[in-house]
Design a protein around this ligand. Structure first.
Ligand SMILES: Cc1cc2nc3c(=O)[nH]c(=O)nc-3n(C[C@H](O)[C@H](O)[C@H](O)COP(=O)(O)OP(=O)(O)OC[C@H]3O[C@@H](n4cnc5c(N)ncnc54)[C@H](O)[C@@H]3O)c2cc1C
Length: 290
C-alpha cells in the first residue's frame, strides 16, 4: 500500500511521565555497551544493511555462510524480528537483485518456523514429537548450565559463541548449532534451558525461530537433525574456523599461553555415549507405544 501522506495525531499530548524517569536503561552495571557498539536500531539502518548485503556480500553467501568469522550472512534477523523489515520486503529485494544463492531458502526456514508455531503454539515449552517426553533428562546441574552461559566450558568454539552472544546479542548460526548441541547432548541439559537463555540474550530472539531451532537440534522438532548427530566441538572448530579467527576474537584465552583457558568441563567421548544411550531410551519408548 502507498505510504499515507499524513497520520493525524492529537495536537495536545496527554499528561505523562518522562521515560527517563523510569530508568529503563541498564546501569550499575551497564551491560549493554556491546549491543550499542554492534547495532544501530531502526528502519533506515535496516534498509541500508539490506542494500549493502545484496550489493556486496550475497555473492559469497553460499561459499562462506557457514564460517563464523567470514561476515558473509545478512545480519537481518533482528530487523525481521522487530519488524524493521518485513520478510516480503527482503524477499522482493533479493529477487530484484537477481540473487540465486541459498539466502532465499533461509527466509523459507523462517516461514516454516512461524508456520509450525501457528499450528503448535506450545513450541517453546513442549516437545513437538511427543515420544521425546520420555527423554531421561538427569537432574539439572546449575554449575554446568552457568559454565555454558558464561562461555567457560573449556571448548573453544562453544565458549567463543557464548561470549559473542553475551557481548553483541547475536551469535553466528554455526556457533548456535554447536553450542546448542553441546548443551543438550554433551551436558545433557534440557533444550528448554538453552532456549530460555537465548530468549533472554539474543537481539533477534524470535518466538518461532528460537524454539523451532532448539527443537531441531534436540531432535524433538519438525524435520529435526538426526538424534545421533552429536557435533564434536573440536572438529567443528577445525572445519568452520580453520584459521582460528572466530576463536581469537571471542575466546582469545583459548589461543594464548597454556593454562589460561578453562579446563574442559566434560569428556566429549563419554558424554557422547551417554547421550546416545538416552536417545535409545526415547526410541524404545516410542516402539513400545509409551
Ligand atoms: C539453537 C538456535 C537458535 C536460534 N534462534 C533464533 C532466533 O531466536 N531468531 C532468529 O531469527 N533465528 C534464530 N536461529 C536461526 C539462525 O541462526 C539465525 O536466523 C541466523 O543466524 C541469523 O543471522 P542472519 O540474519 O545473518 O542469517 P542469514 O543467513 O543471512 O539468513 C537470512 C534470514 O533467514 C532466516 N533464517 C536463517 N537461518 C534460519 C533458521 N535456521 N531458522 C529460521 N530462520 C532462519 C533469518 O530470518 C535470517 O535473518 C537459531 C538457530 C539455532 C541453531
Amino acid at each position: 500500500l502507498p505510504e499515507p501522506r499524513e497520520v493525524p495525531a492529537s495536537g495536545r499530548a496527554p499528561a505523562s511521565e518522562s521515560l527517563d524517569d523510569w530508568g529503563l536503561l541498564p546501569h550499575d552495571p551497564d551491560w549493554a555497551g556491546g549491543l550499542r557498539e554492534t547495532w544501530e536500531p531502526g528502519e533506515p539502518a535496516a534498509r541500508r544493511r539490506l542494500r549493502e548485503f545484496l550489493a556486496e556480500d550475497v555473492g559469497a553467501y553460499d561459499r562462506a555462510r557457514d564460517r563464523p568469522s567470514a561476515g558473509a550472512t545478512s545480519l537481518l534477523s533482528p530487523r525481521l524480528r522487530w519488524g524493521e523489515l518485513s520478510p516480503h520486503t527482503v524477499w522482493h529485494a533479493a529477487i530484484e537483485a537477481h540473487d540465486t544463492s541459498r539466502f532465499l531458502s533461509e527466509l523459507g526456514w523462517r516461514e516454516f518456523a512461524w508456520h509450525t508455531l501457528y499450528h503448535f503454539p506450545e513450541l517453546a515449552t513442549k516437545n513437538l514429537r511427543r515420544e521425546f517426553d520420555a527423554f531421561p533428562w538427569p537432574r539439572l546441574k546449575p554449575t554446568a548450565l552457568r559454565a555454558w552461559q558464561r562461555g567457560e566450558t573449556g571448548y573453544a568454539i562453544v565458549d567463543a559463541g557464548m561470549k559473542e552472544l553475551w557481548h553483541t546479542g547475536y551469535m553466528h548460526n554455526r556457533a548456535r548449532m554447536v553450542t546448542a548441541s553441546f548443551l543438550i547432548k554433551n551436558l545433557l541439559i534440557d533444550w528448554r534451558h538453552g532456549e530460555e537463555w537465548f530468549w533472554d540474550t539474543l537481539v533477534d530472539a524470535d518466538g518461532a525461530n528460537n524454539p523451532f531451532n532448539w527443537q531441531w537440534v534436540a531432535g524433538s522438532g519438525a524435520d529435526a537433525a538426526p538424534y545421533f548427530r552429536v557435533f564434536n566441538p573440536e572438529l567443528q572448530a577445525q572445519k568452520f574456523d580453520p584459521d582460528g579467527h572466530y576463536i581469537a576474537q571471542w575466546a582469545p584465552e583459548h589461543r594464548g599461553e597454556e593454562g589460561l583457558a578453562p579446563a574442559p568441563i566434560v569428556d566429549l567421548k563419554a558424554t557422547r555415549q551417554r547421550a546416545l544411550a538416552a536417545y535409545e531410551q526415547v526410541k524404545q519408548a516410542a516402539r513400545s507405544g509409551n
